[in-house]
Design a protein around this ligand. Structure first.
Ligand code: MN3
Length: 203
């Protein structure tokens, strides 16, 4: 079964002024669509067609670079659209808020560490908040379209929040100012959704 570009739950304009409509339109309609198209082309007619995206990530070291890059791109962006919302921002809610306080030193420390993870990712990549195998939270980053579900990743876990720090995520509005974009991203984080994912994946 071929993978498909997921629809957004909000309009391209909905995250303004933090993320502008033109960036959203190109990011979703062009970049993410290209990952989906290229992933489908890479797995067409192979055994990989039978795998779920999660199964593919877990054994990604066995597969060609096109599957790693485009499969990761499809997984990462699908999560990214879900954990943003126009009526969002503010502080974490629910059980994930308590876990951030207990395990990551509180919201301010988490935010600083998360932004630091994005800022120190040279070139392109992602910053993550993950649930580790032992059920605790961690902050880390991965290069390119890798993610912590991949068997070859340096940091492993189930991502429940991801921030895209590729230039295509912010360049039209913020040019080279990645820190400004990362701070603005905190105004659109859908903490209700992040908490749902935390409850789903925490052991
Ligand atoms: Mn992107």
């Amino acid at each position: 079964m071929a993978f498909e570009l997921p629809k957004l739950n909000y309009a391209y304009t909905a995250l303004e002024p933090h993320i502008d409509a033109r960036t959203m339109e190109i990011h979703h309609g062009k970049h993410h669509q290209a990952y989906v198209t290229n992933l489908n082309a890479a797995i067409s007619g192979t055994e990989m067609e039978k795998l779920s995206l999660e199964q593919m990530m877990a054994t990604i070291s066995k597969y060609p670079a096109a599957v790693r890059n485009n499969g990761g791109g499809h997984y990462n962006h699908s999560l990214f659209w879900e954990i943003m919302s126009p009526d969002a921002g503010g502080l974490p809610v629910g059980e994930v808020a308590a876990a951030i306080d207990k395990e990551l030193g509180g919201f301010d420390k988490f935010k600083a560490d998360f932004i630091q993870a994005g800022a120190t990712r040279f070139g392109s990549g992602w910053a993550w908040l993950c649930v580790k195998a032992d059920g605790t939270l961690c902050v880390c980053s991965t290069p390119n379209q890798d993610n912590p579900l991949m068997d070859l990743a340096d940091c492993k876990g189930q991502p429940i929040l991801g921030m895209d720090v590729w230039e295509h995520a912010y360049y039209l509005n913020y040019q080279n100012r990645r820190p400004d974009y990362m701070n603005a991203f905190f105004n659109v984080i859908n903490w209700k959704k992040v908490n749902e994912l935390y409850l789903k994946y925490k052991k």
